[in-house]
Design a protein around this ligand. Structure first.
Ligand code: GLU
Length: 288
């Protein structure tokens, strides 16, 4: 199967920017004859709430979006993530990391380490050193990346090259990391087109590398412009009437259609009137 998807985190109501991204993900999928899936990204147990999952799905339906069942929840897919980790470990592509945040922060001040990257401290531990450290602390599992950078193809942004880094795949407390879950889910669900907000483009090269390391096809990407408030900051719920709690789906369609330069009141009308590759490249400044 060939599919696109929208993968919201159920940590709040969807605002106009999120709804626009969902509509564009649907548009890209349908314009290219793909299935369209919705995945609930609820790995962050502190912030995820079942009531937001419910209201998000209701809001997508209220905008007229349809998706191919089932809706999957990441919190129910730990076995898949654990299997993927075993495969990576067997291929020699993981290592245990005992570093605290503070140790990493101190090591990255060293001149030879690029900003934000893992300094490699635990890559080089001997078996005896690891045994000694396991007594103090449960390790995180990191990717032993063997490429410094990776290049993705983005339909809107072109070729994008970015750092891979030794990503955390599983935290010390046993929780699987977002980067692992997204890649495993996309691969397992047949998602070969990833449409999402431009804020996630920096994560894409490492995710594509991880897909490659797992023997999964690398998806085509389309990172869509973000919605900003009048001050030019990322739109948030506090920016006024920006969710379907305060706006009717009709008004939301009017605003989103106008932001895309077309008059559309439903997904089907949008599909008939807009080629997704032609969407405006500038951010959407929302003033309601
Ligand atoms: N769950 C992520 C978010 O809501 C999106 C992840 C993705 O689309 O890859 O920001």
């Amino acid at each position: 199967m060939s599919a696109g998807r929208f993968a919201p985190s159920p940590s709040g109501d969807l605002h106009l920017g999120n709804l626009r991204t969902a509509i564009l993900a649907w548009l890209f999928a349908r314009a290219t004859d793909r299935a369209f899936l919705v995945r609930v990204e609820d790995l962050d147990r502190q912030r995820s709430r079942p009531e937001f999952e419910r209201s998000q799905l209701e809001d997508l339906a209220a905008m007229g979006l349809t998706w191919d069942p089932p809706v999957v929840r990441q919190s129910e897919r730990d076995d898949l993530y654990a299997d993927a980790l075993v495969r990576l470990a067997e291929a020699g592509l993981t290592f245990e990391c005992f570093c605290t945040r503070r140790e990493i922060a101190e090591a990255v001040r060293a001149p030879h380490v690029s900003p934000g990257a893992y300094p490699g401290t635990c890559r080089r531990l001997t078996e005896a050193e690891r045994d000694a450290r396991r007594a103090d602390r449960a390790p995180a599992i990191r990717l032993r990346a063997d490429a410094p950078t990776w290049t993705i193809h983005d339909v809107l942004e072109g070729e994008v090259r970015g750092d891979v880094d030794d990503l955390v795949l599983r935290r010390g407390d046993g929780a699987h990391a977002y980067n692992l879950a997204v890649v495993v889910d996309d691969g397992e669900q047949g998602v070969d087109q990833v449409v999402r907000g431009l804020d996630l483009i920096d994560a894409a090269p490492a995710q594509a590398y991880l897909a490659h390391a797992l023997g999964l096809p690398e998806p085509v990407y389309a990172h869509v412009p973000l919605a900003l408030n009048a001050e030019g900051r990322r739109l948030a719920k506090r920016d006024g009437a920006v969710t379907l709690r305060d706006l009717s789906p009709d008004v939301a369609w009017e605003l989103i259609g106008a932001s895309l330069g077309v008059d559309a009141r439903s997904p089907e009308q949008l599909l008939a009137r807009l080629d997704p590759a032609q969407i405006p490249g500038n951010p959407w400044i929302v003033t309601t």
